[in-house]
Design a protein around this ligand. Structure first.
Ligand SMILES: Cc1ncc(COP(=O)(O)O)c(/C=C/C(=O)C(=O)O)c1O
Length: 349
């Protein structure tokens, strides 16, 4: 029985013997070989399906850690800003911890599935007439001025929890990948993976380090611009972020690993989302496909080393944002009477 990331990787995590460790079963997610992607890019591609976590995104790894810390420190309330998945995860883990949870969301820019999660778990939802960056500014000030625990990825326990994904990829492959590919928004995840790969390497559990390849939406690509941008825009609302909180850690992950952070268009993201669903069999929300879009772009540019071992993280479940997925498709249903022959005819039997 998988015991959750805090128990499974306790020695690598900053928790004391007597600490209560929460779990909703997070972590232990599938690393799926993707022959369709491997054939397209000429390398060995494995997809880390983080939409399989309890609340449907990778955020659960970091949230179980930050929430456990908060609980053991006697906190009674937590706060976070979110584009949706952090708040969904914070709401669920606050419930598991018996803490109250306030979430700050950019008005009108959050996928319905994520909103539903925060609501059903009883979080206090506050919609801000601004974007994620404005929400994070408020959350930081609330944390500084009031007895609430901030559980955004500025909280080091978030990155500590999220680094376990790098452990799992290395354990599953029996080695570190040559390249790790993932989307970049607030930039906590790329920083956490790099931390995890380095820790495994320093512990002698792997004998190499991957290049970290991060991808942003072209309309929300501060790392590509080289500075924060004020009006990020993308259909991938989860990464519609202009002022990443983990800027310096992400730059260290990019440069320290000999990697890159580049941009892909919304169309490339939607095409990658479609490819994952139609050719690999994995349904992800748009932002989650940004890494795959970037890998395809690198391949088109001849930048993918032949035969390389590549891990790509897809970060959130497609069920979070079915409106965007369905808006890309012809929905005229095939309707038939209650008639077997009619069904057989439609199917072409
Ligand atoms: C599906 C999905 N994919 C990628 C990212 C980017 O990860 P980071 O670069 O670590 O921010 C997010 C981020 C979401 C939030 O920042 C939030 O929920 O507030 C996400 O939900």
């Amino acid at each position: 029985q998988w015991r959750g990331v805090l128990a499974e990787y306790r020695e690598q995590l900053p928790f004391a013997e007597g600490d209560t460790l929460l779990s909703l079963g997070e972590g232990g997610t599938p690393l799926v070989p993707a022959p369709a992607l491997s054939a397209r890019v000429g390398a060995e591609v494995h997809v880390k399906v983080e939409g399989q976590n309890p609340t449907g995104s990778f955020k659960d790894r970091g949230m179980v850690s930050a929430m456990s810390r908060a609980l053991n420190d006697g906190a009674t309330a937590v706060v976070c800003a979110s584009t949706g998945n952090t708040s969904a995860s914070a709401a669920a883990y606050a419930t598991a911890a018996g803490l109250t949870c306030a979430v700050l969301l950019p008005q009108g820019k959050i996928a319905a599935g994520k909103l539903a999660q925060a609501v059903v778990h009883g979080a206090q939802l506050i919609q801000v007439e601004g974007n994620f960056d404005d929400c994070l500014e408020i959350a930081r000030k609330l944390d500084a001025e009031h007895p609430v625990e901030l559980v955004n990825s500025l909280n080091p326990y978030r990155l500590q929890g999220q680094k376990t994904a790098a452990f799992e990829v290395s354990d599953a492959l029996g080695r570190a990948p040559d390249i790790h590919v993932l989307p970049v928004g607030n930039a906590g995840n790329i920083s956490a993976y790099w931390m995890g790969y380095r820790e495994y390497h320093e512990a002698g559990l792997t004998d190499s380090l991957p290049a970290m390849w991060g991808f942003q939406a072209a309309g929300a690509a501060p790392f590509v611009a080289g500075h924060p941008i004020s009006d990020p825009e993308t259909v991938a609302t989860a990464i519609r972020i202009g002022a990443p909180a983990s800027w310096s850690l992400a730059v260290e992950a990019r440069d320290g690993s000999g990697g890159l952070i580049d941009a892909v268009s919304d169309q490339q993201i939607l095409d990658a989302q479609r490819l994952l669903a139609a050719e690999v069999g994995v349904f992800v929300e748009p932002a989650s496909a940004a890494g795959v879009a970037g890998l395809l772009q690198q391949s088109e540019r001849g930048q993918v080393p032949a035969g390389a071992t590549i891990a790509v993280t897809v970060t959130g479940n497609g069920l979070k944002d079915i409106d965007t997925a369905l808006s890309q498709r012809d929905l005229t249903p095939t309707v038939i009477p209650i008639d077997i022959a009619a069904a057989a005819e439609v199917i072409g039997l």
